[in-house]
Write a protein that binds this ligand. Structure first.
Ligand code: ADP
Ligand code: NI
Length: 214
């Protein structure tokens, strides 16, 4: 089991070598550690949580659109390591439910899925979340801010991916709302602190924008 976790880490590290959109190996490492922390507090199966956390982005629609549908990277890795069909489909289901896009959020059926989803969402919050948002924005040709472009709070999955909003709007469109979607009490507490930090940041950003001498 230990070996499989180590090999999954190595597999993921290799696939992210050229990735600068905020979905890198270190994101996976943080999600893995956070998911295990939550799993222990919530008495979830740490092997399943760990493996799903490590593999949660290998077939992401933005990073690997050609394998996204059938989750080929994850399935292939798990098959190669002799995992049985039912366990593979459990892990794949967790990974499918993780991502939050627009209004199509899914509540995972199992506690293991809840832990991984919470951990991934927590990594979009706080100081790391702020850094990732601007890295993603720059990578996708978005402005940091434009007062003429208002946040769009009711986007469909498609609109969320294609809209040309600003990165500051992303805080209103997604990041300030993540706390409400946390599944576990453990994650809710962390989300509260991270949300307060992000709100402070945006409020100061807007004051400086207006020329405040802070
Ligand atoms: P997930 O990790 O659940 O797949 P996303 O792919 O939506 O989440 O986002 C990955 C990271 O990129 C997150 O930190 C998120 O806040 C950031 N991000 C996603 N969309 C935008 C956007 N439109 N503007 C700025 N940051 C974004
Ligand atoms: Ni992720």
């Amino acid at each position: 089991m230990e070996d499989m976790i180590r090999e999954a880490m190595a597999f993921v590290r290799k696939s992210y070598e050229e990735e600068y959109s905020g979905h890198d190996y270190f994101h996976v490492l943080r999600v893995y550690k956070m998911a295990l922390y939550i799993a222990e507090k919530e008495h979830a199966d740490t092997f399943v949580v760990g493996l799903a956390a490590i593999l949660h982005d290998v077939d992401d629609i933005k990073l690997s659109p050609e394998t996204h549908e059938k989750q080929e990277n994850a399935v292939c890795f798990l098959e190669k390591h002799g995992m049985e069909k039912n366990s593979i489909s459990d892990i794949c289901k967790i990974i499918k439910d993780v991502s939050y896009l627009g209004n199509s959020s899914v509540v995972p059926a199992t506690i293991e899925g809840k832990c991984v989803q919470d951990a991934d969402r927590l990594d979009a919050m706080g100081a790391i979340g702020i850094a990732r948002a601007f890295a993603y924005g720059g990578n996708h040709g978005r402005k940091i801010y434009d007062p003429a472009i208002l946040p769009e709070l009711n986007m469909t999955k498609e609109e969320y991916r294609t809209n040309k909003s600003t990165t500051i709007n992303h805080f209103y469109e997604k990041l300030f709302r993540l706390g409400k979607y946390m599944n576990t009490d453990t994650a809710k507490k962390i989300a509260e602190r991270r949300e307060a930090y992000m709100r402070d940041f945006v409020s100061r950003f807007l004051k400086e924008w207006e020329g405040a001498l802070l």
